[in-house]
Design a protein around this ligand. Structure first.
Ligand SMILES: NC(=O)c1ccc[n+]([C@@H]2O[C@H](COP(=O)([O-])OP(=O)(O)OC[C@H]3O[C@@H](n4cnc5c(N)ncnc54)[C@H](O)[C@@H]3O)[C@@H](O)[C@H]2O)c1
Length: 305
C-alpha cells in the first residue's frame, strides 16, 4: 500500500479494544505501524475488566500480518499511562503516535450526578490525557517527532443533556491541546483533536451518531497521526461522512478605553458585546489584542459622557 504510511512507526491507541479505537488501531497497523492496543476491557460505564477486547484486536492485526501488543492498563492512573509507554518502548523500541481515545460514560442530569459519576469520567478522559501523554511526550522528545490525537466531543463543544461530567472532560481536551501544541512544537510533536460521531456501544442509545460506522471517522484520525499532517492545534469534526474544522471564535466587541466603566455602561452595550455576526477565529500568535482593538466598536461610556 502506498500513500500515507507508518513503516517504522509505533503507536499507542487507548481504548482500542472496540468502537472507534479498534478501527484506528487496525488502519494504523494496515499501514505499517506497530500498535500497542490498550484496553482494560471494561463496560461502557468503566466497570469490569477483561483481557479479551485488547487480545482480539491484537489477534486481528497479527492475522493480517501486522505488529501489535496488548496493554490492559487503565489510562486513569499515571502508573497505567507509564506502563503502556514502557510497553511500547520495550516491545517496539520507540513511540511516535498516541491516540488518546479511551472513554466511559456516566450520564445523569447534573442534579442527580454523584461525586463518583463526576470523578470516574474526569479520571478516564481528562486525567487519562495527562497519564498517557506525560510519559509519551518524554519518549517522543529524543526523536524530535511525535503525533498526538486527543478526543473531544460534540457534547463538550456544544453541550448535551445529562453529560456535564463528560462535556467538562471533553472540552478539557481542547484546552490541553492548545497548551501542548505550544509547548511541544519545538520537539516536532503535533497535537490535534478529533471530535467524532459514530455508531458504537457508547452511542447505542442516542441518535447523534447518524448511524455511520467508526470507519467513517478513521481517515481523519489516521491522517492527524501521520507525518503528512504537520499542523497542530486543530479540531476536526467527523460526523456522518462529513469532515470539518471546529474552532473557538470571538467577536471584536466594544472598546470603552482603558479606564473602568460602570455596570450600566456594560449593560447598555450588551447586544453588541454578544453579537457574533462578525466573529472570527484566531490562532495563538495572531496579534489578537491589536486586531480586536482595531475592529471593535469604540464607545464613550455614558458615565463619562
Ligand atoms: N461514538 C461517538 O459518537 C463518539 C462521540 C464523541 C466522542 N466519542 C469519543 O470517542 C472515544 C471512543 O468512543 P467509542 O464510541 O468508540 O466508545 P467505546 O465504548 O466503544 O470505546 C471506548 C473504549 O475505551 C475503553 N476504556 C474505558 N475505560 C478505559 C480506561 N480507563 N483505560 C483505557 N481504556 C478504557 C473501553 O473499554 C472501550 O473499549 C471516546 O473518547 C468517546 O468519548 C465518541
Amino acid at each position: 500500500m502506498s500513500g500515507i504510511r507508518f513503516d517504522g512507526r509505533v503507536a499507542i491507541v487507548t481504548g482500542a479494544g472496540g468502537g472507534l479505537g479498534r478501527t484506528y488501531a487496525l488502519e494504523l497497523a494496515r499501514r505499517g505501524c506497530a500498535v500497542i492496543v490498550n484496553d482494560p476491557g471494561c463496560a461502557r460505564d468503566g466497570s469490569g475488566a477483561s483481557a479479551q477486547m485488547a487480545d482480539t484486536v491484537v489477534a486481528e492485526i497479527r492475522a493480517a500480518g501486522g505488529r501489535a501488543a496488548a496493554s490492559y492498563d487503565g489510562v486513569h492512573t499515571a502508573a497505567g499511562g507509564r506502563a503502556m509507554v514502557d510497553l511500547a518502548l520495550r516491545e517496539f523500541g520507540r513511540l511516535d503516535v498516541v491516540l488518546h481515545n479511551a472513554g466511559i460514560l456516566r450520564d445523569r442530569s447534573f442534579r442527580k450526578m454523584t461525586e463518583d459519576d463526576w470523578d470516574a469520567v474526569i479520571a478516564v478522559h481528562l486525567k487519562g490525557l495527562f497519564a498517557v501523554c506525560r510519559p509519551a511526550i518524554d519518549a517522543m522528545v529524543p526523536n524530535g517527532y511525535g503525533r498526538i490525537v486527543l478526543t473531544a466531543s460534540g457534547a463538550g463543544l456544544f453541550g448535551n443533556f445529562g453529560q456535564a461530567n463528560y462535556a467538562a472532560a471533553k472540552m478539557g481536551q481542547v484546552g490541553a491541546m492548545q497548551v501542548l501544541n505550544l509547548e511541544c512544537a519545538k520537539y516536532g510533536i503535533r497535537v490535534n483533536t478529533i471530535s467524532p460521531a459514530a455508531a458504537t456501544r457508547m452511542t447505542a442509545d442516542v441518535q447523534q451518531s447518524s448511524g455511520t460506522p467508526p470507519e467513517c471517522v478513521t481517515p481523519a484520525v489516521v491522517y492527524l497521526a501521520s507525518e503528512a499532517c504537520n499542523e497542530s492545534g486543530i479540531i476536526i469534526r467527523a460526523q456522518g461522512g462529513r469532515f470539518s474544522r471546529q474552532a473557538i471564535a470571538f467577536n471584536a466587541g466594544v472598546y470603552f478605553g482603558p479606564e473602568p466603566v460602570t455596570v450600566e455602561d456594560f449593560a447598555a452595550e450588551w447586544t453588541t458585546i454578544t453579537d457574533m455576526s462578525g466573529a472570527r477565529c484566531f490562532s495563538f500568535g495572531d496579534k489578537v489584542a491589536e486586531i480586536i482593538k482595531q475592529s471593535a466598536r469604540e464607545v464613550v461610556p455614558r458615565s463619562r459622557g
